[in-house]
Design a protein around this ligand. Structure first.
Ligand SMILES: N[C@@H](CCC[C@H](N)C(=O)O)C(=O)O
Length: 277
């Protein structure tokens, strides 16, 4: 089966985008792992499949899969790439796009400067909603990783996040602690692990070890989770610029009852075709 795809990225968090509105294909978890391989396949952090909506009031539905084949609830950089993709493919001319996702409906706005503005919904801090095994709902929890006792906050942006404050993001032990936090037994559905350096109340630096994909150059939901956690702890004030290895995102959360807003770029890299066996 021949599959047409587009390679895109949001600040270096890279995607293979597949239009299943105009083509037919059955993509299995084995296909996803094969395509995700950066040497034997195409290579990506996430695969995003665009489908017709089930709800007729929506424009599209999309599904997102990590490089390990696991399906995820939400993806901030993927949302921006999706908005750019459906317009470039001429699947829609709208600038305000309503889409169904596994994490619920999203509204995306393609601005006239080409940047994409996404209403990311409200962060949820309750451990049960992440899910994270904990007795209470306090801003910080201790997490034992081997000999180390870490202080983390937990946030659901539809998908699960743990945020750890560090003094210097460059020297933070992301490669060592990231996989241990991701697979920690207190996170029954695993977790994305963010390492946040507060530069000022309006600027952070962030690296994210993503569940199912490893460290990426940027994570949109991770940026929202870190900003929400920082504001909740009184360390940050909206709007916040998030400096990621791949570039910057702007995150607004002016009011705890409001949704987080993420604004950032989405870049098309190339179109291709691949045979699925
Ligand atoms: N890169 C994404 C998040 C993708 C999903 C994540 N790895 C998970 O398993 O929850 C983003 O930009 O938000």
């Amino acid at each position: 089966m021949l599959l047409h795809f587009t390679k895109m990225h949001g600040l270096g968090n890279d995607f293979v985008m597949v239009d299943l509105v105009t083509q037919r294909a059955r993509i299995t978890p084995a296909h996803i792992c094969q395509l995700a391989d950066r040497r034997f396949g195409i290579g990506f952090d996430q695969l995003l499949i665009v489908e017709p909506p089930r709800d007729p009031t929506m424009d599209f539905r999309y599904r997102i899969f990590n490089a390990d084949g696991s399906e995820v609830e939400n993806c901030g950089n993927g949302a921006r790439c999706f908005a750019r993709f459906v317009r470039d493919q001429r699947l829609t001319h709208k600038r305000d796009i309503h889409v169904e996702t596994a994490g619920g409906p999203l509204v995306l706005k393609v601005q006239h400067d080409g940047m994409v503005r996404v209403d990311m919904g409200r962060p949820r801090f309750s451990p049960a909603g992440v899910p994270f095994e904990a007795a209470g709902d306090q801003p910080l929890h201790t997490l034992q990783v081997g000999e180390e006792t870490l202080s983390i906050s937990v946030v659901s942006m539809g998908n699960p996040h743990a945020v750890l404050q560090v003094d210097d993001v460059e020297s933070a032990p992301v490669e060592r602690l990231g996989p241990a936090i991701e697979a920690h037994p207190r996170f029954p559905r695993k977790v994305n692990a963010g390492f946040m350096q507060v530069v000022s109340p309006s600027r952070i630096r962030l690296r994210v070890f993503e569940r199912g994909s490893g460290e990426t150059l940027a994570c949109g939901t991770g940026a929202c989770a870190a900003v929400a956690s920082g504001i909740r702890q009184g360390l940050l004030k909206s709007p916040v610029t998030v400096e990621l290895p791949g570039g910057e995102l702007s995150i607004e959360w002016p009011d705890p009852e409001a949704a987080l807003i993420m604004v950032g770029p989405a870049t098309r890299v190339f179109d291709g075709r691949v045979v699925l066996n």
